[in-house]
Design a protein around this ligand. Sequence first.
Ligand code: ATR
Length: 290
Amino acid sequence: MNIDAGTETYGLMGHPVGHSVSPALQNELIRRYGFNAAYLAWNTEDILAAVKGGAALGIRGFNVTVPHKQAVMPYLYAIDEDAEKIGAVNTLKLTEGGYVGYNTDMPGLIRAFEYDGVSFKGRCAVLIGAGGAAAAALAAILKCGAGRVLIVNRTIEKARMLAERYSQYYPDVSFETAGSGAEAVSLMRSTNEKWNAVQTTSLGMYPKTDAAAVEEDEFYEMIEDGVDIIFNPEKTLFMEKVERAGGRAYNGLKMLLFQGVRSFEIWHDVRVDDSHTEELLTIMRGALKR
Ligand code: ATR
C-alpha cells in the first residue's frame, strides 16, 4: 500500500475496536481493487465529535459498531430506508451534504444465507434474541420470505416489541413470541415442519463458550439449518447442539465478511463477486487469531 497526499481514508468507529478484523478485510479489498485508500480502526467514545471531525477531514466512509450503531443516527445527513426500519446503521458514506447512513448487516446476512444455501422462503423461522443484532437478522429473514416467525428472548417484552415493529411491514407473516426455550418448543411443536434458526444473542461468545441461550434438546431436534451470528469460537455450543440433533450449522463469519463487502461496495461503487469469498474468509480467520 502506497500512502500519499491523495490517499482516501476509511475506518471503523466503535468502543472497543482493538480486536476488529475489519481493517484486515477492507485493506485486502482495497489492495485487490488497486484503490489509493486505507482503512483504520478508531476507538471512539464521543460519536458526535467523531462524525463532525470525520466530515471536516474528508474521511470518505466509516463502519460504525458497538455502542454507536443507534446513537450515530441523529447526526447523519440522510439514512437509507432499510437502515431506518432496522433502527441501526453500521456504514457511513460521505456526500456533499454530510454522511449518509446504511445498514449492511442485513444484506450481509442475506448474502451469507445465500452462500451457505440456507433458504427461508415460505419457511418457519425462529429468531433467538431481540436486541440490536436481532433487528437486522429479523429484517433479513423477512426479506428472504419467511412465512412464520417466532422470536425467543429472555425478556419477552422486547421480543413482542420487535415483532410488533416488523409486523406492520409484513402483514402476511405470522409472528409469535416466547420468553424461554421451553415455551418456544411448545409453540414450534404445533407444526410438523422443520424450522430454521438464527441465534443473535451474545451467549456462547468467547471467552464464555459453554453457554447457549436455548438449552432444550427438543428445540434442536426441530432445527434444520441453524445460523449463529457469533464467529468466535468458530463452532459455538448452539452450533454443536444443532449438529448433534442432525441439523446443519453455520457461524457468523460470512455475515461479518459480507457486511464488510457490502460497505466496500457502497463506498467504492463496485460489485465484489463471490470469487473472492474463500480467500477473504482465510484472511479474516488469520486476523481473528492475532
Ligand atoms: P446486540 O446489539 O449484540 O444484539 P443487545 O441489543 O444488548 O446486543 O442484545 C443482546 C441480546 O442477548 C438480547 O436479546 C438479550 O436478552 P434480553 O433482551 O433478555 O436482555 C440477550 N442476552 C444477553 N445476555 C443474556 C443471557 N444471559 N441470557 C439470555 N439472553 C441474553
